[in-house]
Design a protein. Structure first.
Length: 274
C-alpha cells in the first residue's frame, strides 16, 4: 500500500512509545503490533484510519492477553488513547478487524520467535553464553529486541513472516559473535524451515533497516527486562518444556493453539459495560 508506506513507520513507533497507562504487558503490545501488521498486508487501509486501527489493535490484544479485571472500560481506554473517537466507532472497528482476521487474533509474534530462537542457541551451544554482554542472556535478548522493533517499523519487511524476521536478527548476531562457525545458523534455518534465498533477501533488507538513523530512542518499558524462557540467567525447566511444545507447530503455522471466539470479546463488553 503505497499510500501508507510513509505513515507506517510513524504508526509503529507511536505504538511502541505510547504511555502504558493501564500497565499492559509487553506481550500485549507485541501482539497489538502483530495484529496491525497482519491487517496491513491483507487489507487496504485508508491513511485516515491508521490511528484508529492501531489503538483498536491494542485494545483487542489486551482482551486476548490481559486478565479480565485489568481490561479498561472502553470510555477509559478512549480517554487516554483514542480521544476523538466514540465508543461505538471503536467497537465497530473492533468488529471490522475481527471479521478481516476471521476472529483469529492469537498468533506468534516476532518477539516470541526471537526469544525461542535465542533460547535454542544458548541451549544448543552453551559456549555462546561466554560471548554475550556480561554473559547475561536476558540482557542480550533485550538488545536484540530493540533491533527487532527497529525492523518492525520498516514497511519493506512486511513481506516476511515474523519468524523469518526474528531468525535473521538472531543469525546476524551469531555471525558477529562467531564469524567462523556456521553450524548454529544452519541448524536454525532447518528448524525454522526458511530457505537460504529467502533468508538472504530478508537479511539484506534488515541490514539496510538497521543502518537507518530515523529510530529515536525507545522508552525502556518496550524492552524485555528478562527473557521469559530463563530464570536467573539460566534456562528454566518450564522454558525447556515450552520450547519442546511450541517449536513443532511453529514450523508449520504461526498461530497459537487457541482461536479467539466471539464470546470472548462480546461478553467482555457486556459484562464491563461501555
Amino acid at each position: 500500500q503505497v499510500e501508507i508506506c510513509e505513515a507506517f513507520q510513524e504508526v509503529v513507533l507511536g505504538l511502541l512509545r505510547v504511555e502504558n497507562i493501564f500497565d499492559f504487558s509487553q506481550t500485549t503490545f507485541n501482539l497489538a503490533l502483530t495484529i496491525f501488521r497482519r491487517l496491513i498486508v491483507s487489507v487496504k487501509i485508508k491513511k485516515c484510519l491508521l490511528h484508529c486501527v492501531t489503538i483498536t489493535s491494542l485494545r483487542l490484544a489486551a482482551k486476548v492477553n490481559e486478565e479480565e479485571e485489568l481490561i479498561p472500560r472502553i470510555k477509559d481506554f478512549i480517554k487516554h488513547y483514542g480521544s476523538g473517537y466514540s465508543p461505538n466507532e471503536l467497537l465497530r472497528m473492533e468488529l471490522a478487524i475481527l471479521d478481516k482476521l476471521h476472529w483469529d487474533l492469537y498468533s506468534g509474534t516476532p518477539l516470541d520467535f526471537l526469544t525461542i530462537f535465542h533460547a535454542l542457541v544458548v541451549l544448543g551451544w552453551p559456549h555462546v553464553k561466554e560471548l554475550l554482554p556480561q554473559r547475561n542472556p536476558s540482557l542480550h535478548v533485550a538488545s536484540l529486541t530493540r533491533q527487532l522493533q527497529h525492523c518492525m517499523a520498516g514497511h519493506q519487511l512486511l513481506q516476511f513472516k515474523g519468524s523469518t524476521l526474528a531468525l535473521v536478527i538472531i543469525t546476524l548476531e551469531l555471525e558477529r559473535l562467531m564469524p567462523d562457525c556456521c553450524t548454529p545458523i544452519s541448524d536454525l534455518l532447518k528448524k525454522a524451515q526458511v530457505g537460504i534465498r529467502q533468508w538472504n533477501h530478508c537479511k539484506e533488507l534488515v541490514k539496510q533497516q538497521l543502518t537507518n538513523n530515523y529510530l529515536v530512542h525507545l522508552p525502556a518499558s518496550v524492552l524485555l527486562s528478562r527473557c521469559p524462557l530463563e530464570h536467573n540467567g539460566n534456562p528454566s525447566l518450564l522454558g525447556l518444556l515450552y520450547i519442546v511444545g511450541f517449536m513443532d507447530p511453529i514450523t508449520r503455522k504461526e498461530e497459537g493453539p487457541e482461536r479467539a471466539t466471539e464470546k470472548t470479546f462480546l461478553s467482555s463488553e457486556k459484562n464491563k459495560g461501555a
